[in-house]
Design a protein around this ligand. Structure first.
Ligand code: ZN
Length: 234
């Protein structure tokens, strides 16, 4: 079977490459991000961009990225409007011909199925979201966005058996290691990669507490800790 890979570009930003060679960029924060190992112009190929909500640390550089790659942005309608109005992003670079998508909805783009989920957070426009991303070979990745824990995470695991969960552990604005480790019991993924930590001084600075708690709360889940710029493939 062809391999897939996921590279952490720090914070909530990942570059996922599907077995068919499609590239999905989550929550691009490529401009003024102290830990991001690449510049916008370094990303030559992307097909899908997911933006979980409208906070600066989830879309810095999104306009340039969409323009240079032709990728389609998955985001809420109100965020789509802001992107078009303030950043001049074209309708063709936003899901559903510029309209945006909403919670519960799915779209197939280049063979990749993207489903928007709820998240509990805030957003300058629209509502905060997460994404279930299904690759061509059926591999299912849950990107939680910024969120606290919520019980219907259990339902996501039932509806879309999760191979890899990508969840925030930093605290302050999102789940902390304790909530994130409990979330694993609800989601029941095979693997997990922690995100949204060490970027700001007020956030958790390492994944150590999460690793320790995850071992206790969800011993069957394989915890994969990446450094910014590092990739995991399977
Ligand atoms: Zn954030």
């Amino acid at each position: 079977m062809a391999k897939k890979s996921i590279k952490w570009l720090s914070h909530a930003c990942f570059s996922i490459t599907s077995p068919g060679g499609k590239v999905i960029i989550t929550d691009p924060w490529l401009v003024n991000n102290p830990l991001c190992p690449v510049k916008v112009e370094d990303i030559k190929i992307a097909h899908v961009i997911t933006v979980s909500h409208d906070h600066f640390d989830h879309w810095g550089g999104v306009a340039e990225l969409a323009k240079q790659t032709g990728a389609v942005i998955m985001c809420q309608p109100e965020t789509a409007d802001r992107f078009k109005r303030e950043l001049g992003i074209a309708d063709a670079n936003i899901v559903f011909f510029g309209g945006g998508m909403n919670t519960g909805g799915s779209v197939v783009q280049e063979g990749i199925t993207v489903t928007m989920t709820q998240a509990f957070h805030s957003s300058a426009t629209g509502s905060p979201t997460g994404f279930i991303i299904k690759l061509e070979d059926g591999t299912t990745i849950y990107h939680a966005g910024d969120t606290g824990i919520f019980e219907s995470m259990k339902l996501f695991g039932e509806l879309y058996p999760i191979d890899l969960a990508v969840i925030p552990i930093g605290g302050a604005f999102t789940m902390d290691p304790y909530q994130a480790s409990k979330a694993l019991g609800l989601l029941k993924p095979k693997k997990v990669i922690p995100m949204h930590y060490k970027t700001f001084p007020i956030l958790e600075q390492t994944a150590d507490n999460f690793i320790r708690l995850a071992k206790k709360e969800a011993p069957k889940v394989e915890v994969i800790v990446l450094e910014p710029g590092k990739e995991y493939s399977w």
